[in-house]
Design a protein around this ligand. Structure first.
Ligand code: PMP
Length: 394
């Protein structure tokens, strides 16, 4: 039977999604099937895979503030920020976050992903050019796509390539987009050089400091603050509240007029339900803990350095960590998967990255340090990872 007005054969409703089975089979062939593993509340596994860098997600001050806020304000925000979703908690968090990071102003979004989408799209558009590092986070890539700007992704950590792309652009306005700490390897963007490039080329700089906040810079004020760029009129920073702050949500920090523009135009701000009061209160509590205990940031960097140093001594190819992320090279994707699975069996949770998730084709384990890792935790991690990967295979 054909559809009316068309020669197309009518597909019965129960077969409309048959193509998904083919797609799933292709992913299975390519080793790209993902599984959702349940984390248990009382888990004893050593977590070197999460992003709770300061160990604050379960800190009583942080989790307790969230619980109290839920009871006071309700489980959900009840509406978007511009309608009923803004509470005094949101305003306090924005004020304190901006002050802490040294920015003029801040705006809280429901996630770091939404903050990136909103900032990149609202600050560009069809009439703008975007130049990005080719390894930026997926949320920034989606922002670039949605923006309809003219996008050029250039070589990794290469200010000269950025400068060339900017100088040959065909649009007047331009935004350079980069992560501060790249999420897979934990390496740093050359922020000062990029800032100098955007100045020479009359562009602006947007830095995703998701992995820098709470870890880098004085007292964990982030990589943008450490580079002396937080208050610059042409620099915008995005952060997540779900890593060092142990909560949920995201934010954009920058000049007041940028934040004003986002309130009026960023679609992932305007049309999204506000961040829940519980997450907002927890993030605010985490920020206050970090302000009172600035040594937490030194501590996580120290633990990462020790983890990397000891794995290096054991013969692994390890990155020298700038922040919390430690990247361990595996000879190939099969070894990476095997090592990660064996670690999990021994109660040590590590991340595993292999092509095509890693564009350079190098498989690796991704370990994340936490400020609350004890010496015994480190000993256990080194022992288990060492046992899992025989010296000849490193
Ligand atoms: N940017 C980077 C660099 C990230 O690693 C992440 C989280 N994986 C995000 C943005 C998104 O943040 P969120 O999880 O808060 O949406």
């Amino acid at each position: 039977m054909s559809a009316p007005g068309s020669s197309r054969t009518v597909v019965p409703p129960e077969h409309v999604f048959d193509w998904l089975d083919d797609a799933a089979a292709q992913r299975a062939d390519a080793g790209l099937v993902r599984t959702l593993r349940h984390r248990l509340a009382d888990e004893t596994a050593l977590d070197l895979a999460g992003n709770d860098y300061l160990g604050l997600a379960r800190d009583k001050r942080v989790a307790g503030a969230g619980a109290a806020a839920a009871l006071r304000w309700g489980a959900g925000a009840t509406g978007s920020r511009l309608v009923t979703g803004t509470t005094e908690l949101h305003a306090e968090l924005e004020y304190e976050l901006a002050r802490f990071c040294g920015a003029q102003s801040a705006l809280v979004f429901s996630s770091g992903f939404a903050a990136n989408l909103g900032a990149v799209t609202a600050l560009t558009g069809r009439e703008a050019a975007i130049v990005t590092d080719k390894y930026i986070h997926a949320s920034l890539i989606e922002g670039c796509r949605l923006s309809r700007a003219d996008v050029a992704a250039v070589a990794h950590r290469d200010p000269a390539a950025v400068e060339h792309a900017l100088s040959t652009r065909r649009r007047e306005r331009a935004l350079v987009v980069t992560d501060s700490v790249f999420s897979v390897d934990g390496d740093l963007a050359p922020l000062r050089e990029l800032a100098a490039v955007v100045r020479r080329q009359s562009a602006a700089l947007l830095v995703d400091d998701a992995h820098g906040l709470g870890v880098l810079g004085e007292g964990g004020r982030g990589a943008v603050h450490a580079a002396g760029l937080a208050a610059e009129p042409d620099v915008v920073t995005t952060v997540t509240l779900s890593k060092s702050f142990g909560a949920q949500g995201g934010a954009v920090l920058g000049p007041r007029r940028v934040i004003r523009h986002l309130v009026d135009t960023a679609r992932s701000f305007i049309f999204d339900t506000a961040l829940a009061p519980a997450a907002t209160a927890s993030a605010l509590a985490a920020l206050r803990v970090l302000r009172e205990e600035p040594e937490l940031a030194d501590r996580v960097r120290g633990r990462a350095a020790e983890l990397a140093g000891r794995l290096g001594e054991a013969g692994f190819g390890v990155s020298v960590p700038d922040g919390a992320v430690v990247s361990v090279r595996a000879p190939g994707p099969d070894e990476a998967v095997r090592w990660a699975a064996a670690c999990a069996e021994q109660g040590v949770r590590v991340g595993c990255f292999r092509p095509p998730s890693v564009p350079d084709g190098v498989s690796r384990l991704r370990l994340t340090a936490r400020a609350d890792l004890s010496d015994a935790d480190l000993d256990r991690a080194i022992a288990v990872i060492g046992e899992t990967a025989p010296p000849s295979a490193r």
